[in-house]
Design a protein. Structure first.
Length: 242
Protein backbone atom coordinates (compact mmCIF):
# COMPACT_ATOMS: atom_id res chain seq x y z
CA UNK A 1 0.00 0.00 0.00
CA UNK A 2 2.91 2.36 0.72
CA UNK A 3 4.32 1.87 -2.80
CA UNK A 4 0.93 2.73 -4.34
CA UNK A 5 0.29 5.65 -1.98
CA UNK A 6 3.74 7.24 -2.44
CA UNK A 7 3.65 10.24 -0.04
CA UNK A 8 1.85 10.42 3.28
CA UNK A 9 -1.20 11.95 1.57
CA UNK A 10 -3.11 11.49 -1.68
CA UNK A 11 -1.39 13.33 -4.53
CA UNK A 12 -0.65 13.03 -8.25
CA UNK A 13 1.83 10.12 -7.81
CA UNK A 14 -0.89 8.16 -6.03
CA UNK A 15 -3.40 8.70 -8.84
CA UNK A 16 -0.76 7.90 -11.46
CA UNK A 17 0.15 4.59 -9.82
CA UNK A 18 -3.47 3.54 -9.38
CA UNK A 19 -4.12 4.48 -13.02
CA UNK A 20 -1.16 2.32 -14.07
CA UNK A 21 -2.53 -0.55 -11.99
CA UNK A 22 -5.94 -0.27 -13.66
CA UNK A 23 -4.20 -0.09 -17.05
CA UNK A 24 -2.23 -3.30 -16.47
CA UNK A 25 -5.04 -5.39 -14.98
CA UNK A 26 -6.94 -5.93 -18.30
CA UNK A 27 -3.77 -7.32 -19.91
CA UNK A 28 -3.24 -9.64 -16.93
CA UNK A 29 -6.84 -10.84 -17.23
CA UNK A 30 -6.32 -11.44 -20.96
CA UNK A 31 -3.31 -13.65 -20.22
CA UNK A 32 -5.33 -15.56 -17.61
CA UNK A 33 -8.14 -16.04 -20.15
CA UNK A 34 -5.69 -17.61 -22.63
CA UNK A 35 -4.30 -19.82 -19.86
CA UNK A 36 -7.87 -20.94 -19.16
CA UNK A 37 -8.37 -21.83 -22.84
CA UNK A 38 -5.12 -23.82 -22.85
CA UNK A 39 -6.16 -25.74 -19.72
CA UNK A 40 -9.60 -26.33 -21.27
CA UNK A 41 -7.98 -27.68 -24.42
CA UNK A 42 -5.69 -30.01 -22.48
CA UNK A 43 -8.00 -31.35 -19.76
CA UNK A 44 -11.53 -30.63 -20.99
CA UNK A 45 -14.37 -28.97 -19.10
CA UNK A 46 -16.45 -30.06 -16.14
CA UNK A 47 -20.01 -31.37 -16.39
CA UNK A 48 -23.08 -31.38 -14.12
CA UNK A 49 -22.58 -35.05 -13.23
CA UNK A 50 -19.08 -34.44 -11.89
CA UNK A 51 -17.61 -37.44 -13.73
CA UNK A 52 -14.63 -37.51 -16.06
CA UNK A 53 -15.24 -36.70 -19.72
CA UNK A 54 -12.02 -38.10 -21.15
CA UNK A 55 -13.84 -40.82 -23.07
CA UNK A 56 -16.47 -38.67 -24.77
CA UNK A 57 -15.50 -35.11 -25.64
CA UNK A 58 -16.97 -32.45 -27.91
CA UNK A 59 -14.54 -30.36 -29.99
CA UNK A 60 -14.08 -26.77 -28.88
CA UNK A 61 -14.54 -25.60 -32.47
CA UNK A 62 -17.16 -25.08 -33.80
CA UNK A 63 -19.49 -25.97 -30.91
CA UNK A 64 -18.21 -23.89 -28.02
CA UNK A 65 -16.79 -21.15 -30.26
CA UNK A 66 -20.19 -20.20 -31.66
CA UNK A 67 -21.83 -20.70 -28.27
CA UNK A 68 -19.36 -18.25 -26.70
CA UNK A 69 -19.84 -15.80 -29.58
CA UNK A 70 -23.58 -15.68 -28.83
CA UNK A 71 -22.87 -14.97 -25.16
CA UNK A 72 -20.27 -12.38 -26.19
CA UNK A 73 -22.77 -10.43 -28.30
CA UNK A 74 -25.51 -10.66 -25.66
CA UNK A 75 -23.12 -9.31 -23.03
CA UNK A 76 -22.01 -6.40 -25.22
CA UNK A 77 -25.63 -5.66 -26.14
CA UNK A 78 -26.46 -5.17 -22.46
CA UNK A 79 -23.20 -3.25 -21.94
CA UNK A 80 -23.95 -0.96 -24.89
CA UNK A 81 -27.39 -0.18 -23.48
CA UNK A 82 -25.91 1.07 -20.21
CA UNK A 83 -23.02 2.89 -21.92
CA UNK A 84 -25.11 4.79 -24.48
CA UNK A 85 -28.55 5.10 -22.87
CA UNK A 86 -28.13 4.82 -19.08
CA UNK A 87 -24.51 5.64 -18.14
CA UNK A 88 -25.43 6.74 -14.60
CA UNK A 89 -27.85 3.92 -13.79
CA UNK A 90 -25.31 2.02 -11.68
CA UNK A 91 -23.68 5.12 -10.18
CA UNK A 92 -24.19 6.84 -6.86
CA UNK A 93 -25.53 10.41 -6.59
CA UNK A 94 -22.46 11.45 -4.56
CA UNK A 95 -20.32 10.85 -7.65
CA UNK A 96 -21.82 13.98 -9.21
CA UNK A 97 -20.67 16.21 -6.35
CA UNK A 98 -17.54 18.24 -7.04
CA UNK A 99 -14.50 17.02 -5.10
CA UNK A 100 -13.80 19.02 -1.96
CA UNK A 101 -10.52 18.19 -0.14
CA UNK A 102 -11.82 19.91 3.01
CA UNK A 103 -14.97 17.81 3.36
CA UNK A 104 -15.47 14.05 3.37
CA UNK A 105 -18.75 12.72 1.90
CA UNK A 106 -21.27 11.43 4.41
CA UNK A 107 -21.50 8.02 2.79
CA UNK A 108 -18.68 6.59 0.66
CA UNK A 109 -20.15 3.76 -1.40
CA UNK A 110 -18.12 1.79 -4.00
CA UNK A 111 -19.51 0.19 -7.13
CA UNK A 112 -22.18 -2.47 -6.65
CA UNK A 113 -19.85 -5.39 -7.46
CA UNK A 114 -17.53 -4.29 -4.62
CA UNK A 115 -20.26 -3.81 -2.00
CA UNK A 116 -20.00 -7.33 -0.43
CA UNK A 117 -16.27 -6.91 0.18
CA UNK A 118 -16.81 -3.36 1.41
CA UNK A 119 -19.31 -4.73 3.94
CA UNK A 120 -16.70 -7.27 5.11
CA UNK A 121 -14.19 -4.43 5.47
CA UNK A 122 -16.58 -2.42 7.65
CA UNK A 123 -17.70 -5.40 9.74
CA UNK A 124 -14.37 -5.60 11.59
CA UNK A 125 -13.56 -2.66 13.92
CA UNK A 126 -9.80 -2.89 13.33
CA UNK A 127 -8.76 -1.25 10.06
CA UNK A 128 -5.83 -3.59 9.50
CA UNK A 129 -7.85 -6.74 10.21
CA UNK A 130 -10.65 -5.39 8.05
CA UNK A 131 -8.29 -5.05 5.09
CA UNK A 132 -6.91 -8.54 5.76
CA UNK A 133 -10.44 -9.99 5.90
CA UNK A 134 -11.42 -8.22 2.68
CA UNK A 135 -8.39 -9.61 0.82
CA UNK A 136 -8.87 -13.05 2.41
CA UNK A 137 -12.50 -13.13 1.22
CA UNK A 138 -11.17 -13.17 -2.36
CA UNK A 139 -8.07 -15.32 -1.89
CA UNK A 140 -10.04 -17.99 -0.01
CA UNK A 141 -11.58 -18.99 -3.35
CA UNK A 142 -8.17 -20.36 -4.34
CA UNK A 143 -8.30 -22.80 -1.40
CA UNK A 144 -11.65 -24.28 -2.43
CA UNK A 145 -10.11 -27.28 -4.29
CA UNK A 146 -8.17 -28.13 -1.13
CA UNK A 147 -11.12 -27.61 1.22
CA UNK A 148 -13.49 -29.80 -0.79
CA UNK A 149 -13.46 -33.27 0.78
CA UNK A 150 -16.43 -34.90 -0.93
CA UNK A 151 -15.81 -37.68 -3.44
CA UNK A 152 -18.72 -36.36 -5.52
CA UNK A 153 -17.76 -33.16 -7.33
CA UNK A 154 -21.25 -32.23 -8.45
CA UNK A 155 -23.97 -30.74 -6.26
CA UNK A 156 -26.65 -32.49 -8.31
CA UNK A 157 -26.49 -35.49 -5.94
CA UNK A 158 -25.68 -33.54 -2.74
CA UNK A 159 -28.83 -32.01 -1.20
CA UNK A 160 -27.06 -30.70 1.91
CA UNK A 161 -24.43 -28.98 -0.21
CA UNK A 162 -27.10 -27.42 -2.41
CA UNK A 163 -28.77 -25.97 0.68
CA UNK A 164 -25.45 -24.59 1.93
CA UNK A 165 -24.59 -23.17 -1.49
CA UNK A 166 -27.86 -21.27 -1.93
CA UNK A 167 -27.55 -20.03 1.65
CA UNK A 168 -24.12 -18.70 0.68
CA UNK A 169 -25.58 -16.96 -2.39
CA UNK A 170 -28.29 -15.37 -0.25
CA UNK A 171 -25.68 -14.28 2.28
CA UNK A 172 -23.60 -12.73 -0.53
CA UNK A 173 -26.52 -10.59 -1.70
CA UNK A 174 -27.20 -9.61 1.91
CA UNK A 175 -23.60 -8.41 2.17
CA UNK A 176 -24.13 -6.43 -1.02
CA UNK A 177 -27.19 -4.73 0.48
CA UNK A 178 -25.47 -4.09 3.82
CA UNK A 179 -22.49 -2.53 2.04
CA UNK A 180 -24.80 0.06 0.44
CA UNK A 181 -26.18 1.18 3.81
CA UNK A 182 -24.73 3.65 6.30
CA UNK A 183 -22.26 2.16 8.83
CA UNK A 184 -24.64 2.22 11.77
CA UNK A 185 -26.73 -0.12 13.89
CA UNK A 186 -28.10 -2.64 12.95
CA UNK A 187 -26.16 -2.87 9.67
CA UNK A 188 -22.79 -3.26 11.38
CA UNK A 189 -24.05 -6.20 13.47
CA UNK A 190 -25.73 -7.80 10.45
CA UNK A 191 -22.52 -7.35 8.48
CA UNK A 192 -20.54 -9.16 11.18
CA UNK A 193 -22.97 -12.10 11.12
CA UNK A 194 -22.89 -12.31 7.31
CA UNK A 195 -19.09 -12.02 7.31
CA UNK A 196 -18.85 -14.90 9.79
CA UNK A 197 -21.12 -17.05 7.59
CA UNK A 198 -19.11 -16.11 4.48
CA UNK A 199 -15.89 -17.55 5.90
CA UNK A 200 -17.69 -20.37 7.74
CA UNK A 201 -19.03 -21.64 4.41
CA UNK A 202 -15.51 -22.23 3.08
CA UNK A 203 -13.77 -23.24 6.30
CA UNK A 204 -16.54 -25.25 8.00
CA UNK A 205 -19.47 -26.20 5.80
CA UNK A 206 -17.58 -27.27 2.67
CA UNK A 207 -15.12 -29.69 4.38
CA UNK A 208 -17.56 -30.94 7.05
CA UNK A 209 -20.39 -31.61 4.61
CA UNK A 210 -17.98 -33.57 2.43
CA UNK A 211 -16.95 -35.73 5.38
CA UNK A 212 -20.58 -36.28 6.42
CA UNK A 213 -21.65 -37.20 2.88
CA UNK A 214 -18.71 -39.58 2.45
CA UNK A 215 -19.59 -41.27 5.76
CA UNK A 216 -23.26 -41.63 4.81
CA UNK A 217 -22.28 -42.99 1.41
CA UNK A 218 -19.94 -45.55 3.00
CA UNK A 219 -22.64 -46.64 5.47
CA UNK A 220 -25.19 -47.00 2.69
CA UNK A 221 -22.73 -49.00 0.56
CA UNK A 222 -21.81 -51.25 3.50
CA UNK A 223 -25.49 -51.81 4.35
CA UNK A 224 -26.37 -52.66 0.75
CA UNK A 225 -23.40 -55.01 0.47
CA UNK A 226 -24.29 -56.75 3.73
CA UNK A 227 -27.91 -57.22 2.69
CA UNK A 228 -26.80 -58.54 -0.69
CA UNK A 229 -24.41 -61.05 0.90
CA UNK A 230 -27.10 -62.13 3.36
CA UNK A 231 -29.66 -62.67 0.62
CA UNK A 232 -27.18 -64.59 -1.55
CA UNK A 233 -26.09 -66.80 1.36
CA UNK A 234 -29.65 -67.55 2.43
CA UNK A 235 -30.64 -68.48 -1.13
CA UNK A 236 -27.65 -70.81 -1.53
CA UNK A 237 -28.25 -72.66 1.77
CA UNK A 238 -30.14 -75.96 1.06
CA UNK A 239 -33.31 -76.50 3.01
CA UNK A 240 -33.46 -79.59 5.29
CA UNK A 241 -36.34 -82.00 4.53
CA UNK A 242 -38.88 -82.44 7.27
Amino acid sequence: MFHCWSPTYWDNPTLTRFYSLHFLLPFILTVLAFMHLIALHQHGSNNPLGVTSSLDRVPFYPYYVFKDIVGFFVFFLVLAFFVFFAPNAMGHPDNSIAANPMQTPISIVPEFYLLPFYAILRAIPSKLLGVVAMIASILILLLLPLLETSRIRSCAFRPFMRLAFWSFVTNFFLLMWIGSQHPEVPYIFLGQICTFFYFAYFLLFVPLLGVVENTLSDLATHSARSSLLYSSSSSSTPSTPS
